[in-house]
Design a protein around this ligand. Structure first.
Ligand SMILES: [Mg+2]
Length: 228
């Protein structure tokens, strides 16, 4: 398995605390949409489609939106319709000046340090991108591991397989897990399995979300029972 484990932090079972593991989406969840990282990644995806695949620039945005809507990630769609090498694609689209866009987040760091749960990154992006983001935010040390697109066997959220991988990685039933994501449709499979769910980046209610948070740093004060 293509799994990066930092160290066994927070693996102890905390009596009286229902949630024993938290799965954090990465992009637009551990950092805000306003950072510009995702906008920059989208531009790299569009550049890939033009430069590597020869798709006319004018057709790229519409095709990208179509593939994203149909396959869950642009990569899945490109693999289905073009001869795309996943490694080449992931290296190209994540070639971003992350360190210029993200700074260490002391508030996030304090919150993660205080959460006794296992903490995992659960992302449709690549391991290398996830590592860079965690380092830039100054929070790598709090995570048990990163479940990236390759760990998922290139079957991205919201397909069902990644959620099974998440539960197996934590060694816990869904009822003992919390999933946080900025996309409501990525919470739906988790909710169906019986996990707790938090939508991040919007206070708007969502049918698949038990909680809606403006920012990830609000997790601890918004969701009851995460600490004893
Ligand atoms: Mg996201």
């Amino acid at each position: 398995m293509y799994l990066q484990t930092y160290k066994a932090v927070g693996r102890r079972y905390t009596p009286g605390v229902r949630t024993q593991a938290i799965f954090f989406d990465l992009d637009n969840t551990l950092y805000p949409r306003s950072s510009g990282v995702w906008t920059a990644a989208r531009a790299r995806i569009e550049e890939y489609m033009h430069a590597r695949l020869g798709i006319p620039r004018g057709r790229v945005p519409e095709l990208r939106d179509e593939l994203l809507a149909t396959y869950g990630t642009t990569l899945q769609g490109l693999m289905a319709h073009y001869q795309v090498d996943a490694d080449d694609y992931l290296l190209f689209v994540h070639d971003l000046p992350i360190e210029e866009m993200l700074r260490p987040n002391a508030r996030l760091s304090r919150m993660l340090a205080g959460l006794p749960q296992q903490k995992w990154v659960f992302t449709n992006a690549s391991l290398e991108h996830a590592r860079r983001v965690l380092v830039a935010l100054g929070v790598s040390q709090y995570f048990n591991g990163i479940l990236d697109i390759k760990a998922m066997g290139l079957r991205n959220k919201p397909q069902p397989e990644p959620y099974q991988l998440a539960l197996e990685s934590a060694g816990l039933p869904a009822a003992a897990c919390l999933f946080a994501d900025d996309l409501g449709h990525n919470l739906e499979p988790a909710k169906r399995l019986g996990a707790r769910t938090a939508l991040v980046g919007s206070r708007e209610p969502h049918p698949a979300a038990d909680y809606s948070l403006a920012a990830i740093e609000d997790l601890l004060q918004t969701i009851p029972g995460l600490v004893e």
